[in-house]
Write a protein that binds this ligand. Sequence first.
Ligand code: RM4
Ligand code: MN
Length: 388
Amino acid sequence: MTDLAAVKRALAAQRIETPSWAFGNSGTRFKVFAQPGVPRTPHEKIADAAVVHRFTGVAPTVALHIPWDKVDDYAELTAYAKSLGVGVGAINTNVFQDDDYKLGSVTNPDPAVRRKATDHLLEAIGIMDQTGSRDLKLWFSDGINYPGQDDLTNRQDRLAAALRETYDRLGPDQRILLEYKLFEPAFYATDIPDWGTSYAHCLELGEKATVCIDTGHHAPGTNIEFIVAFLLRQKKLGAFDFNSRFYADDDLMAGAADPFQLFRIMYEIVRGGALDPAYGINFMLDQCHNIEAKIPAIIRSVMNIQEATAKALLVDRDALAAAQNSGDVLDSNAVLMDAYNTDVRPLLAEVRTDLGLDPDPVAAYKRSGYQEQIVADRVGGTQAGWGA
Ligand code: RM4
Ligand code: MN
């Protein structure tokens, strides 16, 4: 039997971090479609993130991306976020958009380029000192396009050296989240292509380094929930970058392409006791809204994760264990599917009402007039975007 009150408490306490870049313009390598009302400054991105939190109640932090969110005064930016009821979350680094990084950043054969890239990672920790952020998220686009282009082992050594220097600069309450991605922009060999490579580097670094699973960064058909279970068991799962994909790194709304996969992932989280924010996993979104309105898309993504989580919490764990232990394949599967097939929207509406929120966050956002207001206000200046 599931304890409904406990399920509701867990849902009310859930935390999801939004990405500043998802509020800006984005696109594919073919075209970036600008949208009216898009933020022009980090402050405006934070204002939009605060609106997502206002309507969902579970998204109180926003991740920044440096240099996209570079400001002169991070203490001021942090105070501004606080004044709107949100906090600054993970600091994301960017060593993939400079001409110098054509052959790699921290794995580049040129020591001067490696120095520049590592200095950027250290600079990001300096920013974390000012924002009070716990998490430094590292994603490296490093890799090679052709067999023989560079030495695979030397590149691992260079990567390890840069990670070590960065790790040693972390404060006591700071940590590294090390992301991996199978391919793109490198097409032959990526230097951190999979969770195993990230895990091995994290192990070598120490306990303040953990793996970040970006749900869009695997080969098709990869069993992501297995990775979640394995890393939880090793205490090396630090974060998610949630998004969904049909083909490659599509960065669509979390839960849009495969809500069943999201449920299976969240079941492993619940089963591992890792949903509670005190456990320390940073449940982030990392997605782009190329053709849909950004703020309601981010609200929708948060709701999709909440729905997957609610279903995961509804799994009758005792019945599942009994069926598993008796070797009943069909009953075990049925217990899981019963939870997945539950319509949890009324339950989440209750959770929101209990929190003093509108039970329908997207409708409430549409009624609020915020979208019309930013379209009217944000005229002139340069819209934020990642400039593909
Ligand atoms: C990368 C990676 C990082 C994100 C950038 C924008 O593909 O997923 O997490 O910071 O994109
Ligand atoms: Mn990511």
